[in-house]
Design a protein around this ligand. Structure first.
Ligand code: NAI
Length: 286
């Protein structure tokens, strides 16, 4: 039986979510996506127009397929949480059932149980502000979108995961080390995500017999990273200082995700795995 993977946080072919989808597709998984509601239209249009065809190509020449593409907003758990201005926003009003609980229900109804759950999303409205200047609202928004969203997904998808299943998210070493410029509470959100990975590994491990890990990735020029503003400097810094001097490819993260999500990693859970050309082990920039 092909394994089924639900991936939240794909809205183009540039980020880690897409690369993970591709690695899983190469390994024979069926894939469904949860796409952020405001990004769904453009994603679907680009997809239908063939804009992603070259990056959809698998090694056997076929194109990666998605079983289902759902609108999703990981900041809301049920419709009761959605404020009026979001519910009536024209980008949301045309879509249905995009809260985390509703997406999980749709997946169960349309597709049945899943084996793999991928959380590849983050958002911090005040990311460009230093922590010292971050508002309470901005900080909580960063934690809501980037950390609680994982808890919510494991809560709602856990019951429809097959025993032996596996969950993965993406984190960043700003949780442990000071990365000036990674602000707005995003460093805090990643620290929470890593701690929650351990606690969820225990709780969901016992309850659903699934594993929960996170990948601490090096810098990649994705859409989200470009919004932070200094990604080119980070890529250059990593290139100059990491033990392995090359630019990180999204596919390298996709491959490690595929390993962690597979039975090859059946004894690995609660782990933060660095996929960063080794930058995190350096103590002194050279
Ligand atoms: P990306 O832009 O490809 O992915 C972020 C996705 O999150 C987008 O598709 C966006 O639509 C989605 N999203 C934002 N808010 C959402 C919400 N409320 N509900 C549902 N989806 C939402 O960028 P990237 O860089 O691939 O990000 C994926 C993960 O990798 C994030 O957790 C990010 O923090 C992490 N990461 C990125 C690094 C980088 O240098 N690009 C380094 C280390 C970690």
């Amino acid at each position: 039986r092909d394994k089924k993977a639900f991936i939240a946080g794909v809205a183009d072919d540039q980020g880690f979510g897409w690369a993970i989808a591709k690695a899983l597709a190469e390994a024979g998984c069926e894939i469904s996506l949860g796409v952020w509601v405001p990004a769904l239209n453009i994603f679907k249009t680009s997809f239908e127009k063939g804009k992603f065809d070259s990056s959809r190509k698998l090694s056997d020449g076929s194109l990666m397929q998605f079983a289902h593409i759902y609108p999703m907003d990981a900041v809301f758990d049920t419709m009761a949480d959605v404020p009026e201005e979001v519910a009536t926003n024209k980008r949301y009003a045309g879509n249905k059932a995009w809260t985390v609980s509703e997406v999980a229900e749709s997946v169960k109804k349309d597709w049945g149980n899943v084996d793999i759950l991928v959380h590849s999303l983050a958002n911090g409205p005040e990311v460009v502000k230093p922590l010292l200047e971050t508002s309470r609202k901005g900080y909580l928004a960063a934690l809501s979108a980037s950390s609680y969203s994982l808890i919510s997904m494991v809560q709602r998808f856990g019951p429809l995961m097959n025993p032996g299943g596996s969950v993965i998210s993406l984190t960043y070493n700003a949780s442990n080390r000071i990365i000036p410029g990674y602000g707005g509470g995003m460093s805090s959100a990643k620290a929470a995500l890593e701690s929650d990975t351990r606690v969820l590994a225990y709780e969901a491990g016992r309850k659903y017999k699934v594993r929960v890990n996170t990948i601490s990735a090096g810098p990649l020029g994705s859409r989200a990273a470009k919004a932070i503003g200094f990604i080119d400097d980070m890529i250059r810094y990593s290139y100059e200082n990491a033990p392995v001097q090359k630019e990180l490819a999204a596919s390298e993260v996709g491959n490690v995700a595929c390993f962690l999500l597979s039975p090859l990693a059946s004894a690995v859970t609660g782990h933060v795995m660095f996929v960063d050309n080794g930058l995190n082990v350096m103590g002194l920039a050279t």
